[in-house]
Design a protein around this ligand. Structure first.
Ligand code: AMP
Ligand code: MN
Ligand code: MN
Ligand code: MN
Length: 282
């Protein structure tokens, strides 16, 4: 156990097959350069980058964990559930992820129509040029296009003025349910993790309701450490992990060198008092 706590672990990262900026092989190489020992690639609703990332990671003596970040709707908001260490061939999981990706394509058309009403034409075509994987289009690709054409200065300002509830380009969407996402992950032999629980605009009570329902469904872990968390988040979610008996996960949520504040593998380490999620890996 003492040895584990000195490992460099990043269990939340993105590549170009979703809304990251690096190809999976470059992400794995960068993780190796940054001294990562245990790495998961967790692209949004997509597993097609895992084989390439695994090959490079394993050739660099990194222990690679298959991952995915599933988009769900809960409590009227978009919530993310990370799946780790599952069977990537599982039929129900793959069908579920396929249906979310199809929903994303339809949602992108609606987002583009909303932006057009606001006087910004052809955003779907523009965003699509930023989406390496045509089946996995999302708000980041639209945001990069809005920066490209000079409508916003950077990604941060896009998400202040566009693409969020009440702002141009935002559309409500039917994502998967919490029960579906947890069911697919557990059905594929994986570990289900609530991603960045501090990022949702939930009250304390709503957060507890989410944790209760997740635990009731068999969810095992929460991210205590995430790229954009504050020290108050670390402390608060450490306490909640202990109270609920959740395993603890940590990751950078790295998307790309120019965009992410925390590089792959450069996330804060887990506090020693918590049980790391990797104790549940195969
Ligand atoms: P989507 O899954 O299409 O709704 O897009 C969500 C993605 O947008 C997240 O995974 C982030 O990569 C990105 N995103 C959301 N909010 C922000 C923000 N405030 N700043 C930068 N990126 C954001
Ligand atoms: Mn993202
Ligand atoms: Mn997320
Ligand atoms: Mn993420």
């Amino acid at each position: 156990m003492a040895v584990l706590s000195v490992l460099t672990v990043d269990l939340h990262s993105h590549s170009r097959v979703s809304d990251g900026l690096l190809p999976p092989v470059d992400l794995a190489r960068r993780a190796a350069d940054n001294g990562v020992d245990l790495l998961a690639l967790t692209d949004h609703d997509e597993t097609s980058g895992l084989a390439d990332a695994r090959a490079v990671a394993e050739s660099s003596a990194i222990r690679f964990i298959d991952g995915v970040e599933i988009s769900i709707a809960w409590g009227g908001l978009q919530v993310h559930i990370v799946g780790l260490d599952f069977d990537t061939r599982d039929a129900a999981l793959n069908a579920g992820l396929g249906s979310i990706r199809a929903g994303r394509v339809a949602r992108a058309k609606r987002m583009s129509e909303e932006l057009e009403k606001f006087g910004l034409p052809d955003c779907l075509a523009g965003a699509s040029r930023h989406a390496e994987n045509p089946n996995l289009i999302g708000r980041s690709h639209f945001a990069r296009y809005l920066v490209e054409i000079g409508v916003c200065r950077d990604m941060h300002s896009v998400f202040e003025s566009f693409l969020v509830p009440g702002k141009p380009g935002y559309v409500t969407h039917q994502w998967a349910t919490l029960a579906e996402a947890v069911g697919w992950i557990l059905g594929a032999g994986g570990v289900a993790v609530i991603a960045h629980p501090g990022r949702y605009k939930f009250s304390r009570l709503e957060t507890r309701a989410l944790f209760d329902e997740f635990k009731g469904l068999g969810g095992q872990a929460i991210e205590v450490i995430s790229g954009n968390f504050s020290p108050e988040h670390f402390a608060g979610f450490s306490r909640l992990a202990l109270e609920y008996g959740f395993l603890a996960s940590c990751g950078s949520d790295f998307h790309g060198p120019e965009e992410s504040r925390v590089d792959v593998g450069k996330n804060v380490r887990l506090p020693d008092k918590l049980t790391p999620v990797w104790t549940a890996f195969h």
